[in-house]
Design a protein around this ligand. Structure first.
Ligand SMILES: Cc1cc2nc3c(=O)[nH]c(=O)nc-3n(C[C@H](O)[C@H](O)[C@H](O)COP(=O)(O)OP(=O)(O)OC[C@H]3O[C@@H](n4cnc5c(N)ncnc54)[C@H](O)[C@@H]3O)c2cc1C
Length: 557
């Protein structure tokens, strides 16, 4: 007898699972429910349709129920909300939103892919706010787009500096609005560490976004025409986008008594099976295992949902391919920059008590002598003892996606930082350098692992100087004059050998240059000549990216 497989949710995870199921079994009865009108649409493209980069709304609709049914012979029921699971009877209750009727449907296997919805906290004045929107699906998009087209707002406030908030800030700015982005934490884009986010903060400000950090929204007034913050700011606005994060749509699972984790994600085993062997769950609604630290976590991204969609179908048909955990590889466009990450950041590793080492490099996106090369700020986080790669972050105008994808692949392939110099990557001057940025990061990391160099970080050097430490700036005098670390002594690397007599023999000498390379050379010279020398990782550029941004004029906005 053929199987009857019922799927709740027909977008990223659900429709991927359905298509794979059909390819595995032409006879299965596959019924897919979605409470919305649309299935298999491009959520990730929604901000760009609002901003006008994607002009044709039709292009967001990757599949329609009709086209998908025609190709895959599915039973697709939209505007149909699954409201209850009866595990004992192996049935679900479905509320048909068109007819307002409720009926039961049986299943042999049930796949839950209901996603996650925007968090909407009970902020005073929220219900009265006329032009306050969240963004999750096509109807949300249509509402925002209609408001923008008809009301022509000139001022917008975006609340929350995650990926969706930042993408919306950019798209609304591109439409000519004055945009304020409010973020409660001290940085936007949580997968980045602070000093990497600082580059993005500056870029947003350069593009005219009013960025307010360390502040939350207290209330809305005047039907949402005024936003009051906890620190006492008042911002007039015509439009509010609330994007402070998402929470899993776990109600069905919770009421059915399936196991959920502390953050509400449905718990599944490596084969994506819930605590009920007939029910599987995938996508934003599940708790996943972090690929790096093996702890349970929530990572609502499209790659995991798509991957899990395929694997769940395989597993239902006995192929037994485990989901190996989520690495959290991600990328976003922020005006001229691409911002990408993979694996764990420092904040996560610190909170778990995992020892790590960090390096920053600033190589060009391609050969400097070929036009339009631009720097990539690349951070690598790894285990100093074993060379295991914990994660990477990159910000730059060009070539960021390639470098993070290579490192993500290296992590999944079990490579260590010692293997990165040996990656033979495609090179011609318009695309890279003979030593690719990933190779460069690998060389620096190998030097650290092999004890060739010791480094200090941007956040340590001020204290070192305050405590009487010696810092030598080995750049040229003109670079030194242009911008310096207060307390540093300028001693260009090429003059170093003739100035040994001026240097202290009895204490550590800290060294820095612009991005770390000349500092490394100087450190080697000093160490080979009997001095104790330590390089400032990432050089002046990494230091300045953070310190140069502590600018009160923004904080007083
Ligand atoms: C604006 C936006 C931009 C994004 N950009 C990116 C990006 O650039 N890169 C990236 O990796 N990820 C991005 N994401 C996240 C990505 O879209 C999600 O991770 C992915 O869609 C999750 O897939 P899913 O199947 O779990 O849930 P979804 O794709 O959200 O699908 C869930 C579906 O289930 C339906 N549903 C829920 N409950 C029920 C019920 N009880 N009965 C019937 N139907 C139900 C919902 O209506 C919904 O249609 C973005 C998301 C948004 C909203």
């Amino acid at each position: 007898m053929s199987k009857k497989i019922v799927i709740v949710g027909g977008v990223a995870g659900g429709s991927t699972a359905a298509a794979r199921l059909r390819r595995l079994d032409e006879t299965a009865e596959i019924v897919m429910f979605d409470k919305g009108e649309y299935i298999s649409y491009a959520n990730c493209g929604l901000p760009y349709y609002i901003g006008g980069t994607i002009e044709d709304r039709q292009k967001l609709l990757v599949q329609t129920p009709e086209s998908m049914s025609a190709r895959y012979n599915f039973d697709i029921r939209t505007l149909s909300e699954v409201t209850h699971i009866n595990r004992a009877k192996k049935t679900i209750s479905v509320h048909d939103l068109k007819s307002d009727q409720t009926y039961e449907e049986t299943y042999d296997q049930l796949i839950l892919s209901p996603g996650a919805r925007p968090i909407v906290p009970p902020i005073p004045g929220l219900n009265e706010a006329k032009a306050l929107f969240t963004l999750r699906n096509i109807p949300d998009t249509d509402r925002i787009k209609a408001y923008v087209d008809e009301e022509k707002p000139s001022k917008a406030v975006v609340i929350g500096g995650g990926f969706i908030g930042v993408e919306m800030a950019e798209n609304l700015r591109d439409l000519g609005m004055t945009v304020t982005l409010i973020e409660m934490a001290n940085q936007i884009m949580p997968p980045l560490d602070y000093e990497m986010a600082a580059i993005v903060h500056q870029h947003l400000r350069d593009k005219g976004i009013h960025l307010i950090l360390n502040d939350g929204v207290k209330a809305f007034e005047g039907n949402g025409t005024k936003v009051l913050t906890q620190n006492g700011k008042e911002i007039d606005t015509d439009l509010i986008i609330l994007s402070i994060g998402v929470r899993p749509e776990n109600e069905l699972a919770v009421h059915a008594g399936l196991s959920v984790g502390t953050r509400g994600g449905i718990q599944v085993d490596e084969y994506l099976q819930t605590s009920d062997s007939s029910i599987y769950a995938i996508g934003d609604v599940i708790e996943v295992t972090c690929y790096i630290n093996k702890q349970p976590t929530m990572i609502p991204l499209a790659w995991p949902a798509n991957r899990q969609g395929r694997l769940v179908a395989d597993n239902i048909y006995g192929k037994k391919t485990p989901y190996k955990g989520t690495l959290g590889t991600s990328i976003a466009k922020v005006f001229d920059y691409a911002v990408a990450t993979t694996g764990n950041n420092e904040k996560t590793l610190k909170s778990l008590g995992i020892a790590y080492e960090v390096l920053h490099v600033h190589p060009g996106s391609h050969a400097g002598y070929y036009p339009n090369a631009s720097p990539i700020a690349l951070k690598l986080i790894f285990d100093k003892k074993t060379g295991k790669i914990f994660g990477a972050q990159a910000v730059g105008k060009d070539g960021v996606n390639k470098r993070i994808d290579v490192i993500a692949t290296a992590i999944k392939g079990g490579l260590t930082v010692l293997d990165l110099p040996d990656l033979e990557l495609a090179y011609a001057p318009p695309y890279s350098s003979a030593k690719d940025p990933v190779n460069m990061a690998g060389y620096v990391a190998s030097n650290i692992v092999e004890g060739m160099i010791e480094t200090v970080q941007w956040h340590e050097i001020d204290t070192i100087l305050e405590n009487g430490g010696t810092l030598i700036d080995v750049r040229t005098p003109s670079e030194f004059k242009y911008g310096l670390i207060k307390g540093a002594i300028n001693l260009p690397v090429d003059e170093l050998r003739s100035k040994f007599h001026e240097l202290p023999q009895d204490k550590t000498i800290y060294v820095h240059c612009q991005v770390g390379l000349r500092g490394y050379i100087a450190t080697r010279i000093l160490r080979e000549n009997g001095f104790e020398a330590v390089n400032l990782d990432g050089g002046y550029r990494t230091y300045e990216q953070v310190k140069g941004l502590i600018d009160t004029k923004y904080d007083n906005y």
